[in-house]
Design a protein around this ligand. Structure first.
Ligand code: ASP
Length: 311
């Protein structure tokens, strides 16, 4: 495994298999009443988050704690970054305290890679702008394999705001590595520039007809409409978006009942996903959250156990 986890590109198929195997073991720990393993005793992990987060930040924190590391959270709003300190100064300051890993989220694409060049600590990308969110893609694929087995040849449909989604970018890379067949569905205005050539080179399909695609899906991933990253009007109205691209009650009927429905969260209920779909028996949204802890334990374990260990 490479030192840092910045992108799905950093992982080989063997790395992914190993992470999934470890995550399965970590999942068992999650079910115990005493959820502690000594693997990262004496290690210090800083969660450095310059963007809001519920799931990712808390699950990395829990993952670190269950592996007996000392974990500390620093957010942009409560740190000297809000006083104008540069990212480089913030990172160098934190690392001068003797940190083993930085789990970092930042609004700028490429921020985690940049930080990895400034520090000796292991850097784990927990979301950089619209670029990548590797741990999310790993937990998504891990959750899907638990439901539908090997993803090879399975048809995974990713729907929504592709332009602003790092989850989409990491998922395409991972799902194609795992040889899933992928179709992305979005209005033309939410299809990122270069999507067509990327689709050709990495072998995924693009559609704007959700009703036509859903009956052949083996898994569906709904993406959040990321209003905070939108500067203009990307669609005429919320109602029109839902009519064209929402997973509504009617569309739910187009899916086989065993097809898992994923959403990375937070969900805009009533916009990209109806409550009927979010709360359906085939929704795996909360399983994704619990798998998120197991996958992040596996990531921390593989990136840190043994790394720089003097004992
Ligand atoms: N939580 C995911 C992310 O941080 C997805 C989202 O925000 O829509 O990218």
């Amino acid at each position: 495994m490479k030192k840092h986890l910045l992108s799905i590109d950093d992982l080989t198929i063997d790395d992914i298999d190993e992470l999934f195997e470890t995550a399965a073991q970590m999942h068992d720990v999650q079910g115990r009443s005493v959820k502690k393993l000594p693997a990262l005793r004496g290690r210090t992990i800083i969660n450095l988050f310059f963007e809001d987060s519920t799931r990712t930040r808390s699950s990395f924190e829990i993952a670190g704690k269950w592996l007996s590391a000392d974990t500390i959270n620093i957010t942009g709003k409560g740190s000297s970054a809000s006083k104008g300190e540069s990212l480089r100064d913030t990172v160098l300051t934190i690392c001068a305290m003797g940190v083993d890993a930085l789990v970092m989220r930042h609004g700028a694409s490429g921020a985690a890679k940049q930080v990895s060049e400034w520090t000796d600590a292991v850097v784990i990308n927990a979301g950089d702008g619209t670029h990548e969110h590797p741990s999310q893609a790993l937990l998504d694929a891990y959750t899907l394999t638990r439901h539908i087995g090997s993803l090879e040849g399975k048809h995974v449909v990713i729907v929504g705001d592709l332009t602003h989604s790092r989850v989409f970018r990491s998922n395409i890379k991972l799902l194609r590595k795992l040889q899933a067949q992928v179709t992305v569905v979005a209005p033309a205005t939410l299809l990122p520039a270069g999507a067509k050539s990327w689709a050709e080179s990495s072998g995924f399909a693009i559609s704007n007809d959700l009703d036509a695609v859903l009956p052949t899906a083996d898994a569906v991933m709904m993406l959040r409409v990321q209003k905070e990253r939108m500067s203009g009007g990307f669609f005429p109205s919320a109602r029109e978006y839902t009519v064209g691209y929402g997973l509504t009650k009617d569309r739910l009927a187009l899916l086989r009942p065993d097809v898992p429905i994923c959403h990375p969260g937070p969900m805009n209920r009533g916009l990209e996903i109806a409550a009927d779909a979010a709360d359906a028996a085939q929704s795996v949204v909360l399983e994704q959250v619990s798998a998120g802890v197991a996958i992040r334990m596996a990531i921390l374990y593989h990136q840190l156990a043994g790394e720089g260990n003097d004992e």
